[in-house]
Design a protein around this ligand. Structure first.
Ligand code: PMP
Length: 356
């Protein structure tokens, strides 16, 4: 009998990223938007895909020039910070954007540092690209200790530091002084993962890019845009960083269909983003109703809420049994719920009440 080829040593025993994808009535586990595209946007997408289909014998625009231009325009409009196409990079979800960053700036012999608990894929992608990942613990209230963060950066001199702000899975943003202190203490790339920034009451850190070529701001259309299925992530940075990412991306990594669909959605950005305000209000309602039930909640600047659940695993299963899927993010004694529609949130709150 022939043997299986040996997998890389560092992958032995690992489990793949695996938020459960279950067919349940209320899915509040992956921080998606609960709102699908409008019929007008669906029509626009159909038209855009039809046009792209006529050219599918050709490779897509390798540099995604028009899409990057549209993303630059969106960033400028949303933040008031002038951003141009040469500062923008796009890929299949911000996970791929992060992978490109790791391939270009981390890898074997290099260290990546993150503040835990945080988005688990930072760790996973760092390791799968051969980098060493170092965890620095956040404070018990999940804020970042500026002094400790700076010390860790000085001590380890990482090639890449991640700051997820607002932080998934805990919810809060990092303050300006801490971001600047970490940046100034480092010699490598500082990646601000702003996947949830549209839900935040703090402004984007895009304004810090000017004069800081080691800073990168990563974004996604998966959350506030309600476009997770289309797989479009992007970042803004110094044009020389973008040039370096061209060295590691696969040729034609963004299909012409993806580019066309993302451009159609960006055209409809006002309609898509109009759910952001409603989501923030519903998030605040989730927080106050959980608190009214006596549940301790971590303050949130994003579209999800981390709350205390002493018997988290059991509570997660009981909620699932009542048709509500939320997330056990591996933070002991806590569960995370994504803000859904008002009806979904009511069902979640009722299920929690029934547990008590
Ligand atoms: N960053 C953070 C902080 C996230 O929570 C997520 C998705 N959960 C991502 C990046 C990746 O999103 P996507 O690949 O869909 O853009």
């Amino acid at each position: 009998m022939s043997e299986l080829a040996p997998i890389r040593d560092e992958l032995v025993g690992k489990t793949p990223y695996g938020a459960p994808q279950l067919d349940v009535p209320v899915k509040l586990n992956t921080n998606e938007s609960p709102y699908g595209p409008t019929p007008e946007l669906v029509q626009e997408i159909v038209t855009a895909v039809t046009a792209a289909a006529l050219d599918l014998n050709r490779y897509p625009d390798r540099d995604a020039l028009e899409l990057r231009q549209d993303l630059a325009q969106y960033l400028t409009e949303q933040t008031g910070v002038p951003i141009v196409r040469t500062q923008v990079w796009a890929a299949n979800g911000s996970n791929e954007v992060i992978q490109h960053l790791m391939q270009a700036y981390a890898g074997p012999g290099r260290t990546v540092l993150g503040f835990e608990p945080t988005y688990s894929m930072h760790h996973t992608i760092a390791e799968s690209t051969g980098s060493q990942y170092l965890s620095v613990q956040r404070n018990p209230d999940f804020t970042l200790d500026r002094h400790q963060a700076v010390e860790a950066v000085r001590q380890h001199d990482p090639a890449v530091v991640f700051i997820c702000t607002p932080n998934n899975p805990t919810g809060l943003s990092t303050d300006l002084e801490t971001v600047l202190a970490v940046h100034d203490a480092s010699t490598g790339l500082v990646v601000l993962d702003e996947a949830y920034v549209e839900f935040s009451s703090s402004p984007s850190f895009l304004r810090l890019l000017e004069g800081r070529p080691r800073l990168v701001v990563s974004r996604t259309m998966s959350k506030a845009f309600g476009f997770a299925g289309a797989r479009l992530g992007y970042l803004a940075a110094d044009p020389r960083v973008i040039d370096s990412l061209q060295l590691v991306r696969l040729p034609y990594h963004l299909s012409s269909v993806t580019q066309a669909v993302a451009r159609a959605a960006l055209k409809h950005r006002r309609t898509l983003l109009q759910h952001v305000e409603a989501t923030k209000q519903e998030r605040d309602r989730l927080i106050s109703e959980l608190q009214a039930m006596g549940t301790e909640v971590v303050p949130s600047d994003s579209n999800f809420v981390l709350f205390k659940a002493p018997q988290a695993e059991k509570a997660w299963q009981q909620l699932l049994d009542s048709g509500v899927l939320i997330r056990d993010v591996g933070v002991r004694g806590y569960l995370r719920v994504t803000t859904g529609t008002p009806t979904e949130n009511d069902l979640f709150l009722k299920a929690v009440r029934d547990l008590m």
